[in-house]
Each structure stands twice: as structure tokens, then as C-alpha cells.
Design a binder for this molecule. Sequence first.
Ligand SMILES: *Cc1c(COP(=O)(O)O)cnc(C)c1O
Length: 499
Amino acid sequence: MKYVSTRDVEKKSLYSSAEVIKMGLAPDGGLFIPTEIPQIDESFIRTLCQCPYYERAAKILSLYLTDYDYEKLLSDCKEAYSDASFDGGVAPVVKLLENVYFLELWHGPTAAFKDMALQIMPRLLSTALKMTGETRTALILVATSGDTGKAALEGYKDIDGIKIMVFYPNDGVSKVQKLQMATQTGENVNVCAIYGNFDDAQNGVKAIFSDTAMSELLDANGYFLSSANSINWGRLVPQIAYYISAYCDMLNSDQIEYGEKIDVSVPTGNFGNIFAAYLAKRMGLPIGRLICASNSNNVLTDFLATGTYDKNREFKLTSSPSMDILISSNLERLLAFTAGPEKTQKYMSELSKNGKYTVDPETKAKIDQDFIGYYATDLNSSFAIEDNFDGYGYLLDTHTGVATWCAMRYCSEHPQHEKILIVSTAHPLKFAKEVYLCLTGTRLESDLEAMKMLNTALWINIPTPASLADLDKREIRFKKSIEPKDMKQEVLSYLHIDQ
Ligand SMILES: *Cc1c(COP(=O)(O)O)cnc(C)c1O
């Protein structure tokens, strides 16, 4: 299997999966996609039904990462998706009521779905370095608004041949997220706050990536830069696995018959998670409609309704911060599959010039076959949380609240819908302040306080995840805050490089 850039019209440059995982972004600024989509059939799915999660993941990864040794993938998946890392199952399907199911993707070490990819991706990169004969150390540079930074730190800590440095906005992350990062363990990690917002962190990281003098200096000292962002194929492909796994679990528990379609609702930000569901469908998994659930930053809802993507609008801070995003990078991959590379290139240049583009009617019709968009305001999400808790005793986090509200809208507008699988992306106690507010009407100071309150409230029967429970008792290792302009210097001093 070979990979190509979404913008490579003549498909001239082909890459192996190891190269793609190492590089992250294609040299022409596009994203890597496979040149073909591997197909799965009933016998493949029935075989997976008999396997534990890690083996399902390894078998699915091997369909895309054809240059990787299967036994190595299997042993890496076994380590990544171990019981020690995933408490209460890796990606369990929970039945709420007849026809409504949740796919819980937050049982990993950082209590959000990013772990599903970031537990395995560092191992895939480490193998890629060996396969490509790389002798330099990879430096993973991350700018985070909260969840990705911690999940990347947990995934990359103490992995051979790799170091990781995370920048986060001093006032832009929750107290839980800040403590999660400041108390990070591992010998190859560094964390630093910056005085600024997420965009300042992101711009600083981008500037380092495009600084040729910097790459030469790093190269001379035995380093090169790599990325853990969801534009990297290494983060997308592990996400396909849990959709197929969910279908197996539903078959195993006789919730569906083989061939029966399921509709899937995904809380969406960067369009990575839902794009993995789309690939699972294109591979042959019986999926009906893909419900793209957004919060008030509803640029994707408008795009799916009208065919025009327009990021020229007010950026809103919502109670589902991991979905506060106006440029959904992975949409470019969907455009490449539906409109082809030539138009993708044109749309992307219009996006960077004018902040908007409109797809042609054929492309729109193709996208409509698979996707439908809805959005939920904070109030809508809060209603879904309350409704689920009062009605069924099942607690949702704010992101999952968005997906649930959108799924409810879809069902009421489409009475002929299939069984619905709602993707649950964060532990209900991770964004505890908002959840506490929904349930009690009282606004507390911090997530940490709310988590404790929720945990001691007799009416909540959910233990705080071990990774969050003792956060305020752990040693703070990283206290530094710097100006955005000093980010480059911080990277160099972390690596002990003199300019
Ligand atoms: C990152 C994140 C999302 C959005 O996922 P995308 O792949 O960016 O669409 C949704 N919910 C939570 C909790 C997240 O951390």
C-alpha cells in the first residue's frame, strides 16, 4: 500500500506508511492518504469477533501499514491497549436503551479519546525510524489546547529514539489539564506554558517547523522534528479500529445481525474521528449515516448543509473546548476522496486566501450520501446530559452531550433511522465543572473541585479515574512559563544545543 498527498494531482510521489508516519505532513502542504482503500468482508469481521481488542487493532492496522511486520504490530498493540492502561475495557459499547448505544473511548490514561491513537502511534513512529534507517532522534513538538498535549506526553514518554516537548497557553487550559501536564513523568519529556492563547502556541510551533536554520541546527545535533497532531496518518489509522471493533461487539451480543447498518454520531472538531468512521464505511463496514456533531462553532454544519465552508465567523468558547475549532484540517482528506486532488488543491488555496470555498454540486452530492451535520449549543448539550442522567442514570461529558443532542435531532427527523452508535469521547468527570453545573445549577471554581464534589455525591456512582484522582498530590515537575517569542530558545535549551 502506498500513500500520496491530497494535493498531488498526478500522483507522482508515492510514500510507504513508515515514511508517512515519520513525515506527518506531505512536502506540498497536503495530507497523506492511501492510494486505495482496503476492503473487508464478512469472514474478516467474523474472525475479528473472536479476538481481543489489541488483536482486532493489529489486524486492521496491518491492512494499511503493509510495510510493517505483523508480529511487531501485534506485540505493540498488546502493550498499547493493555488492561493496565485501559481501565474497564479498551473501547466498550454500552447499550443505553433499545436502538441507542455509546462507544466509550475514554478508558485510557488521560480520560479522553486521544489515547486511542496516542498510545499506539509512538510505537508506530519508533518502528518507522528503524525501518527507514533513521539515526537522528525525533523531537515531537506539540501545541495543545489541553487534551492532545497530555495524551501525547503519556504516549511518547520513555519511547526509544524520541523526545517530546509540549507548549500550552497559560490561561487557556483547565486546572485539571494543567496539572495533568505539569506532573508528567518520563525522562524524554518537557512541558512549558506560554503567556498567550492557543493560537500563539500553535503559531510558535509552526514557525519552528518552517524555520530552515532551525532544522539545520537540529540536524547537525542529531535531531529532526515530527508531529503528533491529527494531520498525521499515524493518528488516524488506529481510530478506524474501534468502529470495526464496535460492530463486532454488537454482533457478539446479538444487538445486530451481520449486514445490518448502524448510524454513527461523532462529536467533531478537527474531523479526524469522523473521518476514521468514513474510512471504516468505505472499507465495507455496514455503516449508514455519519452524523457530524458540532458545537456552536458550527462551520461544518453549515458546510454539510450548503456546500460552502466559511471560517470567517466569530470563534466561540464553549463548554466542549476540544471541539472549539474553525479549521477542520482532516476535511481535506474527505475532499481528496470525493472531489479529487485538483479541486482539493483549489479549495485549499481559496481557504487560505479568502477563508472560504464552495464545493461543486457533484462533490456535495457525494458527501451527502454519507454525512449529515447538526450542531448543539452549550444549553442543548447540557439538556442532553441532564436528560440522560435523569432518565437512564448514565452520565455524559460535554462533548458527548453534543453528539447525543445531535443524534436525537437526527432520529426525530429521520424516523427510519438505523440503530445509533454515539461516540463518547471523554470521561464524564474530565470536564467536571460543566457537568456539575448541568446537574446542580451551581458553578464551582475548578474541575478538580467539581470532580471531588461529584465523586462524594452519593447519587453519582462513578469512580474518578485513577489518573485524575490524585492529581493535586503529584509532584509538579514543570513550572516554566515563557513569552511566545522564546519558544525556539526553549526547544534548544531543552536539547542542550548552543546557538
Ligand atoms: C479531540 C476531541 C474531539 C474532536 O475530535 P476530532 O478528531 O478533532 O474531530 C472530541 N471530543 C473530545 C473529548 C476530544 O478530546
